[in-house]
Write a protein that binds this ligand. Structure first.
Ligand code: GDP
Length: 416
């Protein structure tokens, strides 16, 4: 019996292989293929005191050993350690940038602790903003370093947030998506943990600190996300070492009384965090970064330069009009400043000229005065010279008279 292919070959008809999808319902597949080809990127900021388990948690999340040196407690100020890794799971490539605080909470100066973090977040926005402003933009090979999520590590005190936690969270909550984590949660008992979680959430609300809420507007994830929102802050435990439990090897921390399994949802919230962060909401975190946080920064920057969408009459203003008005305003200001400078310069020249003239006149007067004195002195000296000469003449006369008298006296004596 001839099969379909034989009949097609005989009739010279081109056969189509069944793909399962036709028409524009294939569009999502194009996006998936393109995204896989391009690879993904994700930027995480880990903020927390030294030794709270930041490096260990990142290793646990990405199931890798990123070989970090242990941080010291003796840094004089807070620094940020930035590392970019190229990771691969099956055919998906991920460019992961991890930024970690070093020395956070080790200094007395609280402002110095959170300022470098705020500065870093702003610097990444600024760099993207500058790229956007360029005439020839190159977003194809641009490494977007804007931070998509901040994992904030809370010390497992079981008591409350520290003032540094509140200060830092307040200064960054409108710049980045914050997911609060109770670090080293194996240090708190189950009952205390619930109370601690409740305490932290109420402190965040009381201080008007916005943390990232898993979105509930997508039907497929709404239920799970809304239940996860109730588990915040996640109580996490990190570990990459494996221990034997029964016949299985599991990632966990071995204690004298048993094993805390990192990947067991009954033991800690690590799996919840990993699912929310890497499986369900990665794209939403990136979208929120662009549409909320970066947008706020961009808006602030443009307003600072003087741009606005509506004029004083509440009518829309075109970007070009504002730009031209600004350029004209700048040009006028330059002109005004140039005029002002010229005026000041002329004034200074005039003042110096007057001062020079006055000095010249003073010198001239002094010269005249000295000349007059010298003239008077000369006259006086000549008068004295004349008098002296007269006196000398008289003296010589008197001398000659006395000599004559002497000679006459001498002759008379001889005659006698
Ligand atoms: P970082 O300075 O915040 O990066 O902290 P590290 O990841 O270097 O961890 C500091 C120490 O804490 C290491 O000895 C880790 O083994 C340990 N550690 C990390 N995570 C946990 C955890 O969840 N629970 C406990 N008990 N110890 C942890």
């Amino acid at each position: 019996i001839p099969d379909d292919e034989d009949i097609q070959r005989e009739n010279n008809v081109r056969g189509l292989t069944m793909l399962g999808h036709f028409g524009f319902e294939c569009l999502p597949h194009q996006l998936v293929n393109r995204a896989i080809q391009k690879g993904f990127s994700f930027n995480i900021l880990c903020v927390g005191e030294t030794g709270l388990g930041k490096s260990t948690l990142i290793d646990s999340l990405f199931n890798t050993n990123l070989k970090e040196k242990k941080s010291s407690h003796f840094n004089s100020n807070v620094e940020l350690k930035i590392r970019t890794y190229e990771l691969q799971e099956s055919n998906v490539q991920l460019k992961l940038t991890v930024v970690k605080t070093v020395g956070y909470g080790d200094q007395m100066n609280k402002e110095g602790s959170y300022q470098p973090i705020v500065g870093y977040l702003d610097a990444q926005f600024e760099s993207y903003f500058q790229e956007e402003l360029k005439i020839q933009r190159s977003f194809v090979d641009y490494h977007d370093s804007r931070v998509h999520v901040c994992l904030y590590f809370i010390s497992p005190t079981g008591h409350s947030l520290k003032s540094l936690d509140l200060l830092t969270l307040k200064s960054i909550d409108n710049k980045v998506n914050i997911i609060p984590l109770i670090a080293k949660a194996d240090a708190i008992s189950k009952n205390d943990l619930q109370k601690f979680k409740y305490k932290i959430m109420s402190e965040l609300v009381n201080n008007d600190i916005q943390i990232y809420q898993f979105p509930t507007n997508d039907e497929s994830t709404a239920q799970m996300n809304s239940s996860m929102n109730k588990h915040l802050p996640f109580a996490v435990v990190g570990c990459i070492d494996e221990v034997k439990v029964g016949k299985r090897m599991v990632r966990g921390r071995q204690y004298p009384w048993g094993v805390l399994q990192v990947d067991n949802e009954n033991h800690c919230d690590f799996v919840k965090l990993r699912d929310m962060l890497l499986c369900t909401n990665t794209e939403d975190l990136k979208e929120q970064t662009h549409t909320q946080h970066y947008e706020r920064y961009r808006c602030f920057k443009l307003q600072k330069i003087g741009f606005t969408d509506v004029g004083p009459d509440n009518q829309p203003v075109s970007f070009q009009e504002i730009y031209e008005a600004k350029r004209q305003e700048f040009y006028d200001q330059c002109q005004r400043e140039e005029e002002e400078l010229k005026k000041k310069f002329m004034q200074r020249v005039k003042e110096r000229e007057i001062a020079f003239k006055e000095a010249e006149k003073e010198l001239q007067d002094k010269f005249e005065h000295l000349k007059r004195i010298q003239h008077e002195e000369t006259i006086k000296l000549e008068e004295e010279k004349r008098q002296l000469e007269e006196e000398m003449m008289n003296f010589y006369k008197m001398k000659a008279g006395s000599e004559t008298l002497q000679t006459q006296g001498y002759t008379n004596i001889k005659k006698d």
